[in-house]
Design a protein. Structure first.
Length: 229
């Protein structure tokens, strides 16, 4: 479930990776992708030790692994949250209001949550119920109540915990069984879920969680599991 008045959420591990997730996105948009304007948000990248300027560039120009920006949008712009406090809401709020969809990259979810609060974007979200949010990894996890110690790398100055925005009432374990990610097995997900002690999903790259009007639906051509404590 999600808070009343929140955006439409498409929470993914790896982006729009198959026809089922793409169809869900088009349904949420209410019109073809080619008629929609998008803003991409790479901010979470700067908080994670694995991310670099090169990985941020790949996201922005729409290269794999998460090629959200190359789906065929009418237009794609860049929204860097760390810059917003210095330019004033009168400039950037209209940019967000005029866009159809926000494409939000992975990285560190607590860093992203911090800058969503600092920039004012988090406060703006309740006024955008028809806007679509497409998250990849941390871009999805930021909407949850907690990410768990396993994904907690950046220490936020405001409280130093793994708590994020809590827009939805479940947590997400991404990249399930991803090649080369030895800590992302189902066994690790089970231990993570026990620590979370709340509703949670483990999802792979072929799975998304669709949240519209408080209704949660799993869209998948892969593997996933729901943990209900």
């Amino acid at each position: 479930m999600a808070r009343n008045g929140t955006m439409k959420l498409l929470l993914t591990s790896g982006g729009v990776t198959n026809p089922s997730i793409r169809n869900a996105l088009v349904e949420m948009l209410g019109k073809p992708i080619a008629e929609c304007s998008a803003l991409c948000i790479p901010t979470a990248e700067w908080g994670h030790p694995w991310c670099t300027p090169f990985s941020a560039r790949r996201f922005i120009v729409g290269e794999p692994p998460a090629d959200l920006c190359s789906l065929g949008w009418k237009s794609v712009g860049l929204l860097e949250l760390t810059a917003l406090p210095s330019i004033g809401k009168e400039r950037w709020v209209p940019w967000v209001q005029e866009a159809d969809v926000l494409l939000v990259d992975g990285g560190d979810a607590t860093y992203l949550a911090y800058w969503m609060r600092e920039s004012g974007l988090a406060d703006l979200l309740p006024s955008l119920p028809e806007k679509v949010w497409v998250g990849v990894s941390a871009g999805s996890m930021v909407m949850t109540p907690r990410i768990g110690e396993a994904f907690f790398s950046w220490k936020p100055p405001f409280e130093g915990s793994d708590h994020t925005l809590g827009i939805v009432d479940f947590s997400i374990f991404p990249h399930l069984d991803y090649p080369g990610f030895s800590e992302n097995t189902m066994a690790h997900a089970e231990r993570w879920a026990a620590d979370i002690a709340g509703p949670a999903y483990a999802i792979d790259e072929q799975t998304a969680i669709k949240v519209v009007g408080g209704t949660v639906e799993v869209v998948s051509e892969g593997q996933w599991r729901f943990f209900n404590p």
